[in-house]
Design a protein. Structure first.
Length: 264
């Protein structure tokens, strides 16, 4: 597996365990890309790739739980994906519906709280209802928060928060000096969750495709050539180990970080 341009060799399972223990990301976000190419490479229709992708979702959810990650955010459908052929969009909606129906019991049993982020008002009504009931059923779970980004766009998220605040200013509920970074934060999706520590993109491309922007301002990025349906538990653990092996500086110097760590 070729992962991350900066490290060509894999970590051993012992190294992975050691690194993950040292620094587990609280919030991991994944751009699950490459389903279509995975299917096409096998001469199958693209939709087979989306179906195979569901298995990979199951694997990362259970691995995230095992690793003690608090929030896992998966990019399932972007605000730009409506541009795909109608047939593919319809199939994706159907798949979303059946997967929700099928998986919710197991998610609930495993203590996973499901949270859909994105503008779901454009989805078929029965899907919207299904989402509401799945969220309500799992609302009190605390093992892992699983955010599924559906009709999500990073710009949309920032805009909807800004619009809510603008309306509050307009109605006199707050004044414009209260329109601060913190106030905007409070109106974004996932406002009560840690910011994204690690953002992974499978499928070989190096872009964010309008996924989480604001909340990923200081995320570590890991890109892998592995196509989403092939992204297995080992691949996921490797990316988390890459995260843990990096020095996050948040604007400070490396020396400052080292002396802070020495004082701990
Ligand atoms: C990602 O896989 C899943 C969705 C966008 C729904 P793609 O469908 O984009 O797969 P590729 O990139 O065409 O291989
Ligand atoms: C990003 O993948 C969206 C999801 C994974 C849901 P795309 O395949 O849509 O991204 P682009 O179009 O290649 O940037
Ligand atoms: Mg793609």
């Amino acid at each position: 597996m070729s992962i991350d341009s900066q490290s060509s060799s894999e970590f051993t399972p012992e190294e992975v365990a050691e690194l993950v223990k040292l620094s587990t990301p609280k919030h991991v976000a994944i751009i699950m890309d490459g389903n279509g190419r995975w299917a096409q490479a096998q001469g199958k229709p693209r939709v087979m790739g989306h179906r195979a992708g569901v298995k990979a979702v199951r694997r990362v959810v259970s691995t995230a739980r095992e690793m003690g990650i608090d929030s896992l955010t998966l990019f399932a459908f972007s605000s730009e994906n409506w541009r795909r052929p109608d047939k593919e969009v319809t199939l994706l909606m159907e798949l979303f519906f059946t997967v929700l129906q099928r998986e919710i019991k197991l998610l609930h049993k495993n203590g996973v709280r499901l949270n859909i982020i994105g503008d779901i008002s454009r989805f078929p009504e029965r899907l919207q209802k299904q989402i509401a009931s799945a969220e309500a059923k799992t609302a009190d779970n605390s093992e892992l928060i699983l955010n599924v980004a559906a009709n999500y766009g990073g710009r949309w998220d920032i805009m909807q928060a800004a619009q809510t605040l603008a309306k509050k200013v307009e109605s006199g509920e707050m004044n414009s000096s209260q329109f601060t970074e913190e106030a905007l934060n409070e109106h974004l999706c996932m406002q009560n969750q840690p910011e994204v520590d690690l953002m992974i993109r499978t499928g070989g491309d190096f872009r964010i495709s309008n996924f989480i922007l604001w909340q990923a301002a200081y995320a570590e990025l890991v890109f892998t050539d592995t196509l989403w349906p092939d992204f297995d538990e080992n691949a996921f653990r490797q990316t988390v180990a890459i995260f843990a092996s990096r020095q996050r500086r948040f604007g400070l110097t490396g020396c400052q970080i080292e002396s802070m760590q020495a004082q701990k």
